[in-house]
Ligand binder design. Structure first.
Ligand code: DAH
Length: 345
C-alpha cells in the first residue's frame, strides 16, 4: 500500500488532470463529488490522517492542507466559470438563456382590405364565391361577350398556358360570374375575391399579378339604381361617410350600360394632388348592368332577369387606404413593410 505522502501526490495529480481534461458542463459538481465531498478522495485522506501517528501528522499535515486548498480553489474557479456559462461547449445552445419574445403576426395588408370589403358586402346579403385562376377562353373571354379578336386576348395581355384550345391565367375575376350562374340560377348575390394575371412589365403602378373583388347581383327587376346605391353604401363604409362617388360612362363588353366608379380622393379630399393626378377623383372599380348576352351564355333568361356587376382592384384600394405608393411592396415580403399593418380596423 502507498504511504500517505505518495497518496497525496497521486490525488494532486488526479486533481490537475481532471481540471485540464474536463469539458462537461457539470464538471464542478463532478469535481466536488470526486474530491471534496464526504466520500471524496481528499476527505478520505483526512480520515486517514486523523488515525495516523504524531510523527506522520507532523510530516504530512502541511502537504495535506495544501492539497485541500488546491482542490477548493479549483472547485471555486470551475463553478464560477460555469455560472458565466463559459462552460457550454462550442456549437451547443445555451438552454439557460431567456426565451426570445414571440410576437403575434398580422394579416397581409391586401388581406386586411379584402376581409373588410367582404364584411361590408356580407352585411348587404352577398355571399363569397371562388373560381379557378387557370381558366379556359370561354369563361374568361367568350362567355363575357368579348369579340373574337378583342385585344385583351392577344399574347401581350394574357398569359396563355395552352393554345388550341386556349387555357390561360385569368385576366380578371369576371370568369366567376359565368361559373356561378352556370351552377346557380337567380337570385344570385355574390362577391368573388381572387388573384388575376396580366402580361405587364412590373413597376410601381403595374404588376403581372394583382387582386380583384368581383360582384354580381342578378334577380328580377335589378336596376342601375340598385347598383348606384350598393356602391355608394360600400364607398361610405369603406372610405368614410364624407366620401363622394361618381359614375363615369365607360365600356366593357360584358356590361351595358357600363360605368367606371370614382371616389373623391382620400389624400387631398378632392382638392387635387399627385395621387388623383390633380382631378380630385380616383378610380376604384368598373361596373355596369350585366349584358343580356352574358346572361344567355350562362343559361339565364335575360327576358326574366336583370343584374348588375362590378369589379374592383384590391391593390388600388389598399394603396388609397394606407397611402402606399408602390405596388411592388405588396409582393416583396419585407417584414419591415408588412408589420406596419397591425390592427388597423
Ligand atoms: N373585369 C374588369 C377588369 O378587369 C372589371 C369589371 C368591369 C368587372 C365591369 C365587372 C364589371 O364585373 O361589370 O377591368
Amino acid at each position: 500500500m502507498l504511504n500517505l505522502d505518495e497518496r497525496i501526490k497521486l490525488i494532486e495529480a488526479e486533481i490537475k488532470s481532471f481540471v485540464e481534461s474536463s469539458t462537461s458542463t457539470a464538471a464542478a459538481e463532478e469535481f466536488r463529488l470526486k474530491f471534496l465531498s464526504k466520500k471524496g478522495a481528499v476527505s478520505a485522506l483526512f480520515d486517514e490522517f486523523r488515525n495516523a501517528g504524531p510523527e506522520e501528522k507532523k510530516q504530512y499535515g502541511k502537504a495535506l492542507n495544501q492539497l485541500k486548498q488546491l482542490a477548493e480553489a479549483f472547485y471555486k474557479e470551475k463553478s464560477a466559470s460555469e455560472q458565466n456559462s463559459a462552460a457550454i461547449p462550442a456549437g451547443q445552445p445555451d438552454l439557460s438563456l431567456p426565451v426570445p419574445p414571440d410576437p403575434t403576426g398580422n394579416l397581409h395588408p391586401l388581406n386586411l382590405i379584402k376581409y373588410r370589403i367582404i364584411e361590408i358586402f356580407e352585411q348587404l346579403g352577398f355571399n363569397v364565391e371562388d373560381g379557378p385562376e387557370v381558366e379556359d377562353d370561354w369563361h374568361n373571354f367568350s362567355a363575357l361577350n368579348f369579340p373574337e379578336n378583342h385585344p385583351a386576348r392577344e399574347m401581350q395581355d394574357t398569359f396563355f398556358v395552352e393554345k388550341n384550345p386556349d387555357i390561360l391565367l385569368r385576366t380578371h375575376t369576371s370568369n366567376v360570374q359565368i361559373r356561378l350562374m352556370e351552377k346557380q340560377k337567380p337570385p344570385v348575390r355574390s362577391i368573388m375575391p381572387g388573384r388575376v394575371y396580366r402580361n405587364e412589365a412590373i413597376s410601381a403602378r403595374a404588376h403581372c399579378f394583382f387582386h380583384q373583388v368581383e360582384g354580381l347581383y342578378v334577380d328580377k327587376k335589378v336596376s342601375f339604381a340598385d347598383l348606384k346605391q350598393t356602391l355608394y353604401h360600400f364607398a361610405r363604409k369603406m372610405f368614410g361617410p364624407d366620401t363622394k362617388i361618381r359614375f363615369r360612362p365607360s365600356f366593357f363588353p360584358f356590361t351595358e350600360p357600363s360605368a367606371e366608379i370614382d371616389i373623391s380622393c382620400l389624400i387631398c379630399k378632392g382638392k387635387g394632388c399627385n395621387v388623383c393626378k390633380h382631378s380630385g377623383w380616383v378610380e376604384i372599380a368598373g361596373s355596369g348592368m350585366v349584358h343580356p348576352n352574358v346572361l344567355k351564355n350562362s343559361g339565364v333568361d335575360p327576358e326574366q332577369f336583370t343584374g348588375f356587376a362590378f369589379g374592383m382592384g384590391i391593390e388600388r384600394i389598399t394603396m388609397l387606404c394606407f397611402g402606399v405608393n408602390d405596388l411592388r411592396l405588396f409582393s416583396e415580403n419585407d417584414v419591415r413593410f408588412l408589420r406596419q399593418f397591425r390592427s388597423v380596423f
